[in-house]
Design a protein around this ligand. Structure first.
Ligand code: SF4
Ligand code: SF4
Length: 253
């Protein structure tokens, strides 16, 4: 199978949430009880039972209130930081040749905080009942059988597209040209799920997450882990004692 991708054309999204329902239906994910927060956005966050959701961003453009919809889900990163966080448990998070990043049952053996903290987009979620970590699978069970992901099939507006990555990128770049202005591919071409945003990332509430480079975030997670902290402390003490030695040597000269 060639590398595949999901391309999300945000300019066509009407916030109907057919994608949310289709995902729950295909993956047999439970409905969640939520409360009215004074917005049509529901549920309020991703969870072990919600692998994609439409964010309703409210912005004021030229004095007019506007809803900007954005379907949030795993980016299926080409170099996925969550995989690095799982390297001590082989097979817990795997990269399929389709480009999908898959969390398996072995995620039960991982530390949830490490996996969630490693993701620059805050995607993985833990289920206390099963002890497993979950996220969008790119519908691996469908795409390896020649079907499109359930959410893509359910989308009535052409917002969600699926196909060979090279074709999806071609479509996305064409759409950026057509839209003009601030339109751009988000988060970038090195992801197997990417968006074309007609407005700035800030208007979609994405600025904080997008500015954290995956490698930088991963490096900090490693350093801040208990063993990393011990190593850092040892290195620091080593530097101090070396400095002392140099000072002693300088004093005896
Ligand atoms: S978006 Fe997060 S969970 Fe998805 S592949 Fe990238 S690092 Fe992993
Ligand atoms: S690709 Fe499949 S698992 Fe991922 S959000 Fe769409 S329906 Fe859910």
């Amino acid at each position: 199978m060639v590398e595949m991708a999901i391309f999300i054309d945000v300019s066509k999204c009407t916030g109907c949430r057919s994608c949310q329902v289709a995902c729950k239906n295909w993956n047999q994910l439970k409905a969640e009880k939520t409360t009215n927060r004074g917005t049509h956005e529901n549920p309020p966050d991703l969870s072990a039972n919600t692998w994609n959701r439409v964010r309703f961003n409210e912005v004021v453009n030229d004095g007019k209130l506007q809803w900007l919809f954005l379907n949030d889900r795993c980016r299926h990163c080409e170099e996925a930081p969550c995989m690095f966080a799982a390297e001590d448990v082989p097979g817990a998070i795997i990269k399929d040749k389709s480009g999908a990043v898959i969390f398996t049952e072995k995620t039960k053996q991982l530390k949830y905080e490490d996996v969630r903290g490693s993701c620059p987009f805050d995607i993985p979620r833990y289920d206390e009942k099963t002890g497993q970590i979950y996220k969008c699978t790119m519908c691996i069970d469908r795409i390896t059988n020649g079907l499109k992901p359930a959410c893509v099939t359910a989308c009535p507006t052409g917002t969600l597209n699926f196909g060979p990555k090279a074709e999806m990128l071609k479509l996305a770049n064409k759409r950026v040209e057509q839209l003009g202005g601030d339109a751009a591919i988000y988060p970038g071409e090195e992801y197997n799920t990417f968006w074309v945003l007609p407005e700035t990332e800030e208007n979609y509430g994405l600025e904080a997450k997008a500015t954290v480079s995956t490698s930088r975030k991963f490096a900090w997670n490693k350093i801040l882990s208990p063993w990393g902290t011990l190593g850092l402390a040892a290195g620091f003490i080593g530097c101090l004692s070396k400095a002392d030695t140099v000072t002693d040597q300088e004093q005896t000269r």
